[in-house]
Design a protein around this ligand. Structure first.
Ligand SMILES: [Zn+2]
Length: 461
């Protein structure tokens, strides 16, 4: 398989490392709210890479971290230095660890809904404090980190000569005026240089989610956890490091500086980034209300795997604009494929040539869009016997992950669809009387609605 390397700016062959397997690390979620579907598109990248390696007969290992502590908000509350998890805990009046465990669970459920295979391990930052402080001690010993006037520990950006190679920045270019300045002025007054970043933040003993260390009470910075965990799981280096494009800088630059310095090596062989996902032409952001979750699909009676199909129809390196129309269209296509496959005879054999063509599309920088076009062509091709089409598409499903052999006759009417949407809004407005009334109306139509933490879900009786 070849994938585009952000640092080298070219396609390079994915290769096993010294361990003998392709060791993959993907930056995981900060578990303080529901992951939106843009996050899920990045996580799908790791799933598609693994399915392709498996089809090629290459062994792999896959680790994804869970950030459940200390992640200062990068875009909203940077001035206040407020921790996302602590802020959400305050809002929901819950214990911060309870918040983290809840959203960690919903993250796993969302992965499952999109048929994203589980990682070999999901290390949590809060369970990795020992690894993190050991790594910081090592960086201090090497001379790459220091304790600032405020008691926090910082990585000295200028100690890493190659800083900026992934995002093609340099420390000279990262001048005053960049948001580093805001950070240094308001949140991190102790650092010596504007581009230095916190490895460990000192905190008052009254703050929740803090730990005792030789440098005082505090909590880890965000960037250091990925270095600590990836070095722990893959001491011989990472073959493939995945993440969303927004993590390229500063997160991945900082991670690379830390990991390379600590291991005295080019620790990551290949950096691969997934592009942004827009919703209705705009960046997905909770602050503007322009955000889509897996639960929103279910509310509208849409199979979450329709979203997976839609993602497959767009290359991971293209900025993609999601709309309800495109999601609905993918849902219709998925239903049609499943229905046809269920109706085709079961005694066919896989067309080897087509099967290899599909694998080749995946191997070529995850050209999933090309694979889907090919599948549409096979669907229409009357020269291929239906039994063979069925066997070939089901074999391709090991890569596609669309559950093409799953078929139920359920199609909801426009009226049911409207009732489901109306009930969800009634619930959001706490109009319980109306919500119960709508539930009974739906039941009369053969649709049973149940309410869970992620909103309503429904099934046909
Ligand atoms: Zn990371």
């Amino acid at each position: 398989m070849r994938l585009y390397d952000t640092k080298a700016r070219e396609l390079i062959e994915v290769r096993p490392g010294k361990s003998g397997s392709v060791d993959i690390y993907c930056c995981g979620p900060t578990v303080y709210r529901f992951a939106h579907v843009g996050n899920m598109r990045t996580f799908l990248l790791g799933d598609l890479a693994r399915r392709t390696l498996r089809a090629e007969g290459t062994s792999y290992r896959y680790i994804q971290n869970i950030t459940d502590v200390g992640h200062l908000n990068d875009d909203v509350n940077i001035e206040s230095g407020e921790d996302k998890i602590l802020a959400q805990a305050k809002l929901e009046r819950k214990d911060p660890f309870e918040i983290a465990r809840f959203y960690e669970q919903t993250f796993h459920e969302d992965l499952e809904a999109l048929n994203i295979e589980p990682a070999d391990a999901y290390p949590k930052a809060s369970d990795s404090i020992g690894l993190i402080t050991d790594l910081i001690a090592q960086l201090i010993y090497i001379g790459a980190a220091y304790q600032g006037r405020d008691g926090s520990l910082y990585f000295a950006a200028r100690s890493f000569k190659d800083y900026g190679a992934i995002s093609h920045n340099s420390l000279d270019q990262l001048q005053a005026g960049h948001r580093f300045d805001t950070v240094s002025a308001d949140v991190e007054p102790g650092k010596k240089f504007h581009a230095d970043w916190a490895l460990w933040k000192s905190a008052s003993v009254n703050r929740e989610m803090t730990w005792q260390t030789p440098w005082g009470v505090g909590f880890p910075g965000w960037h250091i956890e990925c270095s600590a965990m990836s070095i722990h799981y893959f001491p011989q280096g990472i073959s493939l490091h995945l993440g969303g494009i927004d993590l390229r800088f500063p997160h991945h630059e900082n991670e690379r500086a830390q990991s390379n310095t600590a291991t005295n090596s080019e620790f990551v062989r290949q950096w691969v980034h997934g592009e942004h996902l827009l919703f209705d032409g705009k960046k997905m952001a909770k602050s503007s209300g322009n955000v889509l979750h897996i639960a929103d699909l279910r509310t509208r009676g849409i199979d979450p795997l329709a979203l997976r199909l839609l993602f497959l129809e767009n290359h991971y390196r293209t900025q993609m604009n999601l709309t309800w129309e495109s999601i609905q269209a993918a849902h219709t296509t998925l239903k049609r494929w499943r229905k046809k496959i269920a109706s085709w005879p079961q005694d066919g054999v896989v067309d080897r040539e087509i099967h290899h063509d599909i694998i080749n599309h995946f191997s070529d920088d995850l050209d999933t869009a090309g694979a889907i076009l090919l599948i549409r062509k096979i669907e229409r091709d009357e020269s291929i016997p239906e039994a063979k089409k069925r066997a070939t598409l089901l074999a391709a499903d090991a890569l596609l992950g669309l559950e093409l052999d799953h078929h139920d006759e359920l199609t909801i009417t426009h009226e049911v669809h409207e009732l489901l949407i109306e009930r969800e809004s009634a619930r959001q407005e706490h109009n319980w009387a109306r919500s119960d009334q709508l539930r009974d109306l739906l039941l009369a139509q053969g649709i049973r609605v149940t309410d869970g933490p992620e909103g309503q879900s429904w099934e046909a009786l």
